[in-house]
Structure formats: structure tokens, C-alpha cells
Design a protein around this ligand. Structure first.
Ligand code: GLN
Length: 458
């Protein structure tokens, strides 16, 4: 009954905090109890994995069989998938007990979790502030002590940035490392699943469970999986010989908060004291990551979201005159403001006459940005940077100007454009007592190295 008792306590906490935080879109207490009973039975039969009976939560972008999966959109508010996402399947097989589905920005588009059809998620450290986005509900649920681990997706920072804003640890693995099967698509060439937890050690455990080849995702890697948790267990508490690169351009960003800069620089000195060697590196095209990303991501989104036509599944406008009118009303009513903005931008940059000037140009920039990272890794093993330029802002503060919100992604989107693994871990607090995140970015498939560094730091 150990797992049952754990599930009961976690459900109680989730329900008690729901009104304050709005971290969940759907809670599934009956399913959680059932999974917990099964985990207890497995344990009695002698089958135990470290995740067996552990309460978790899934970002509501992962399809869950028989449980509505909304993407925080009116378009999918009633959508009940007939299958589980790969990540959901894997964690269930490991015995983890899902409490339900967490809040996010609609279709994962946003950096604050304010663009949700179900209302914003609030930051447990200060409920007048954003939890970060798009995986805000998962980060808030972990930070509030509801679950020790939750899943997220990261297209441009959506695992790392909310983890930073909520004072927890989050990792986005290399592109292709975790199957995207069953994740509602936003920008397919950038989307990756990740995990958010209270420590690098817990991240390692959960990440190991979800990695691996999946033939149902054509970009899934056929490479053996590393046991990250075992690698961490063998750590000796030192990082001797590790070369940590500090990208010059990242620390020159206008808008980098003084407290954030101080905390990240202090983290660098702590790494130094643990044996790491600090080296200055350059990412000359760092500034161009935002314009490149905000062309490529909307372009892919406009294509991915074309499927919501009111015919196949999802919302359909109740009244219309003909087929065109049905499409128009369905999409006008089903999508929120930010999603519509991205679809319009996406169709514009892909349209005849603008394709070369915008989309093709952005693709070229993407390659140059990836080359910058590759060059930086010639002189260091990991990059150290802020996760976001500021701590959590007040709800509504940046709502008026979408560009203000886009600029918050300056430190995170490079890793997505280049397909690299990256992690955010807490490194202190600002003057208002809000958590600050420090980011480590690694070369392709260096997940263990990232987790190990953060683990030794913690
Ligand atoms: N903030 C970025 C965006 O709005 C990234 C979101 C994400 O990683 N899903 O696109």
C-alpha cells in the first residue's frame, strides 16, 4: 500500500493547490489509484524499479489513451486520444503513477504559460507571477511539491525556462534522443520531450526511462541508451578537467538582469571551485537566434496546425453556412490569439515571394548558429549561461507586446536550433526572493555530462 498512500497524498496536495496555482488541466485520481495499486502488487511480486509507485504528471501535450489531451486549446478541449505517447507509455511501464495532465501555453507557444485556454498557471514562489512556459504546469507541480518529476516538451526553452522560473531542474535532451510519438506537434524539427524534477539526479532517473529508439518517430535515434543515474552514482564530487565555456555575447545581452548575471557568475565560480576550468568562448550569431527561430517555428506550426479543420477531430463551430465558412469559424473560435499570430506569420514566411527572403534565410541562419556552437565546443566541454534574462515576471506584464515575450528566449532557443542537449538548474535568488536558473548546454548526446555537472554542483 506504499504507492497507494503516496498517490493519495500527492492527489490531496494537487487538489488543495489547484485553485491557487492552476497547475493541472485534468486530474485523473481514479487512474492514479489504479496505477498505484498495480505498482504495489508488482513490488510484492518482487518487481521494483526506482520509479515504481512514484507520482508524476504529464504536460497536456502528451497524448494519453482515454484521458483528454487538450494542448491547452479550445480546439482540443474535448479530444480523447486513442493511444499513449511513447514517453507516457515508458513511464507507465517503469511503474510511475500519473496524477494527470499539466497546464501549458496553447500548443506550447509561449514563455509564461499565460496563453492557456484554461487560464494561466501561477508561480508557487509568488502567485502573482508567471510560472514560465510553455511547460509551466509541470514546473509548478514539481516546485510546489505535488510530484517529484513531471514531463515537458522543449521547442525553444519550454522545459528549461519554467524550471528556472520555479527553482527546479529541467533537461531537454538532444534532438532525436526521445521519441516524439504522441506529442502534439508544434515545430517538428525543434520539438523534444524532456523532464523537470527537484534535482539532476531525479532528472537522470526519469530521462533514462524515456530515452531509446522508437520506429514510430522517423527522427528517433538508433543508439544505445546510457544509464544516466548510474553514471551519477559513480561521481566523486569533483569536476576536475571539465572545461566550461562562457559565451561572451550571452553576458552582453541588453536586458540581462543584474541579479541573474551575478548569480550565474557566482555559479561559474562554484564550478571552478569544484575543479572546472572557465574559458571564454564566442557565439557570434547569438543575437540572430530569435529572428531565425521566430520564422522557423511559426512556419512549421502553420503546417502542423493545418490539421485542425473541424472535420477530422477536435472542435467544430456549431453554426455555419458552407464548408469554407465552417473552416473559418472553427479556426477563428478554436484557436487563441497567440496561436493565430503564429499561423499568420508562418503562412506569410512560407508564401510565394516571401519564402526566399524569410524562410530560406532563417534556415541558413540556423545552420550558421549550429556552426557557432560546434566551434565553441572545440575549446570547451559544456557551455554555461543564464537560462533566461530575468526572473519570473508579473502576470499580465508582457501580455501587451508579444516581442517582449519572444526576447525572453534568447538563451534557450540556440540549443533547439542546433539540436543540442541543455539543462537548467537553480543557482540562487534575486532581491525579491525569486529563483534564478543557470543553464548548461552540451554537445550532441552529452546528456550524461550535463547531468553529472549539475549533480556535482547540487
Ligand atoms: N517560448 C518559445 C515559443 O513560444 C518556446 C516554447 C517551447 O519551447 N515550446 O515558441
Amino acid at each position: 500500500t506504499r504507492a497507494e498512500a503516496l498517490a493519495e497524498a500527492a492527489l490531496e496536495r494537487a487538489q488543495a493547490l489547484q485553485e491557487r496555482l492552476n497547475a493541472f488541466i485534468t486530474l485523473t485520481p481514479e487512474r492514479a489509484r489504479e496505477a498505484a495499486r498495480a505498482a504495489d502488487e508488482h513490488r510484492r511480486a518482487g518487481n521494483i524499479s526506482l520509479l515504481s509507485g512514484i507520482p508524476i504528471a504529464h504536460k497536456d501535450l502528451f497524448c494519453t489513451k482515454g484521458v483528454r489531451t487538450t494542448a491547452a486549446s479550445r480546439m482540443l478541449a474535448e479530444f480523447v486520444p486513442p493511444y499513449d505517447a511513447f514517453v507516457v507509455e515508458r513511464l507507465a511501464q517503469a511503474g510511475a503513477v500519473s496524477l494527470g495532465k499539466t497546464n501549458l501555453d496553447e500548443f506550447a507557444m509561449g514563455s509564461a504559460n499565460e496563453h492557456s485556454h484554461f487560464g494561466p498557471c501561477r508561480n508557487p514562489w509568488d502567485t502573482d507571477r508567471i510560472a514560465g512556459g510553455s511547460s509551466g504546469g509541470s514546473a509548478a507541480a514539481v516546485a510546489a511539491g505535488i510530484v517529484p518529476v513531471a514531463t515537458g516538451t522543449d521547442t525553444g526553452g519550454s522545459v528549461r525556462q519554467p524550471a528556472a522560473m520555479c527553482g527546479v531542474t529541467g533537461i531537454k535532451p538532444s534532438y532525436g534522443r526521445v521519441s516524439r510519438y504522441g506529442i502534439i506537434a508544434y515545430a517538428s524539427s525543434l520539438d523534444q520531450a524532456g523532464v523537470i524534477a527537484r534535482s539532476a539526479e531525479d532528472c537522470a532517473l526519469a530521462l533514462t526511462a524515456i530515452e531509446g529508439f522508437d520506429p514510430r518517430d522517423s527522427t528517433s535515434l538508433e543508439r544505445p541508451v546510457e544509464d544516466h543515474a548510474a553514471a551519477l552514482a559513480a561521481a566523486d564530487g569533483r569536476l576536475d578537467g571539465l572545461r566550461l565555456g562562457l559565451p561572451r555575447e550571452f553576458f552582453a545581452v541588453e536586458g540581462l538582469d543584474a541579479d541573474v548575471r551575478r548569480a550565474v557568475e557566482e555559479a561559474a565560480r562554484t564550478y571552478e571551485a569544484l575543479g572546472a576550468r572557465l574559458v571564454e568562448v564566442s557565439l557570434p550569431r547569438a543575437e540572430l537566434a530569435i529572428p531565425a527561430y521566430y520564422v522557423i517555428a511559426p512556419a512549421e506550426a502553420s503546417s502542423n496546425l493545418a490539421r485542425y479543420d473541424g472535420v477530422r477531430y477536435g472542435y467544430r463551430a456549431p453554426a455555419y453556412t458552407d464548408l469554407d465558412d465552417m473552416y473559418r469559424k472553427t479556426r477563428a473560435q478554436g484557436f487563441g490569439e497567440e496561436v493565430k499570430r503564429r499561423i499568420l506569420v508562418g503562412t506569410y514566411v512560407l508564401s510565394h515571394g516571401y519564402y526566399d527572403a524569410y524562410y530560406l534565410q532563417a534556415q541558413k541562419l540556423r545552420r550558421l548558429i549550429a556552426e557557432d556552437y560546434a566551434r565553441a565546443f572545440a575549446s570547451c566541454d559544456l557551455l554555461l549561461a543564464p537560462t533566461a534574462p530575468t526572473t519570473a515576471w508579473r502576470l499580465g506584464e508582457k501580455g501587451q507586446d508579444p516581442v517582449q515575450e519572444y526576447l525572453q528566449d534568447i538563451y534557450t532557443i540556440g540549443a533547439n536550433l542546433a539540436g543540442l542537449p541543455a539543462l537548467s538548474h537553480p543557482c540562487g535568488f534575486d532581491a525579491a526572493g525569486l529563483p534564478i536558473g543557470c543553464q548548461l548546454i552540451g554537445p550532441y548526446l552529452a546528456e550524461t555530462r550535463l547531468l553529472l555537472a549539475a549533480h556535482v554542483f547540487q
